[in-house]
Design a protein around this ligand. Structure first.
Ligand SMILES: [Fe+2]
Ligand SMILES: [Fe+2]
Length: 282
């Protein structure tokens, strides 16, 4: 019932700077804006490619260091897939964001680079290799070599209890575990789950430090999973014991949405895209 990661959402401290980075530098396209109930600026929707978006929320307060910390429970990084990483890596090197124009070869066989947005959130760009575990897990054909940005490759969380996290994502959301990687010392490092072809979830071990976040905290807010029938999806999740925080309702953008959360409290939106929505029209 869950078909992919539809969007990720970030609260930003400076909207103009964030849009300049994601559109001007990375190549997302400004699609539309949504005002809040009082008519004030609320969300800017950036289109990555068809069916994949980044939601940028106004009003983020920088009250914590978003830089990578291996033991921080919750959001770790997110990743966008590209057809050919070479021009992205060349540009990132030219800008001084990465130390070499040659992308890193990951343990999973994919090439990737890491950059940071103006608020310090890590963004990975990946080019999938046909032999990688992600591509091996595909159920349909994957089109290699497409130009530009091709989708949300994954969202990554550091979890406090891997067993609980896997139980939630595998048994309740139905994602398949496709790969477990170990670190340099041979210790369990991360688990890779398949959401859909080309879209995955990375779960890192070792979360201990829980950072309390306010609604106004800058940084990652939630990920959104697109689904078929929202009522059926919600009933199926409820039947398996997943918490339903918000029952299905139609949002201001005409899409149907509901909310759940994982065992570490990461917020997960479920969305049934409506044909009249700005997302569908974008
Ligand atoms: Fe990653
Ligand atoms: Fe959202």
């Amino acid at each position: 019932m869950i078909t992919k990661i539809a969007h990720t959402a970030m609260k930003v401290t400076d909207m103009e700077r964030a849009v300049a980075f994601y559109c001007g530098e990375v190549g997302f396209r400004k699609a539309f804006e949504l005002p809040d109930a009082q008519g004030n600026p609320w969300i800017v929707y950036l289109k990555i490619c068809d069916g994949a978006f980044l939601e940028l929320f106004y009003g983020g307060e920088k009250d914590r260091d978003p830089a990578y910390a291996s033991d921080r429970v919750g959001y770790h990084h997110w990743c966008v897939s590209v057809g050919d990483l070479t021009p992205f890596a060349a540009k990132a090197f030219e800008k001084g964001w990465i130390g070499s124009p040659e992308p890193q070869l990951g343990k999973d066989g994919n090439r990737s680079i890491w950059i940071h947005d103006p608020d310090g959130n890590a963004l990975e760009l990946v080019q999938y290799a046909p032999g990688s575990p992600q591509m091996q897990s595909n159920q349909g054909p994957y089109e290699y070599g497409r130009e530009g940005l091709t989708g949300i490759a994954h969202v990554a969380f550091t979890v406090s209890d891997m067993e609980q996290a896997l139980a939630f994502y595998r048994e309740k959301l139905g994602f398949a575990l496709i790969e477990s990687l170990k670190d340099e010392e041979g210790k369990p490092w991360l688990n890779y789950l398949r959401v859909a072809d080309g879209t995955y979830l990375e779960l890192f071990y070792g979360g201990r430090d829980r950072v309390e976040e306010k609604d106004s905290s800058a940084g990652f807010m939630h990920m959104c999973l697109e689904c078929g029938d929202i009522q059926e999806t919600v009933e199926a999740l409820r039947g398996k014991g997943a918490p339903i925080d918000v029952e299905p309702k139609q949002g201001g953008d005409k899409n149907w949405q509901a909310w759940t959360h994982d065992p570490d409290g990461n917020k997960i939106e479920l969305m049934k895209i409506s044909p009249e929505s700005p997302q569908a029209k974008a």
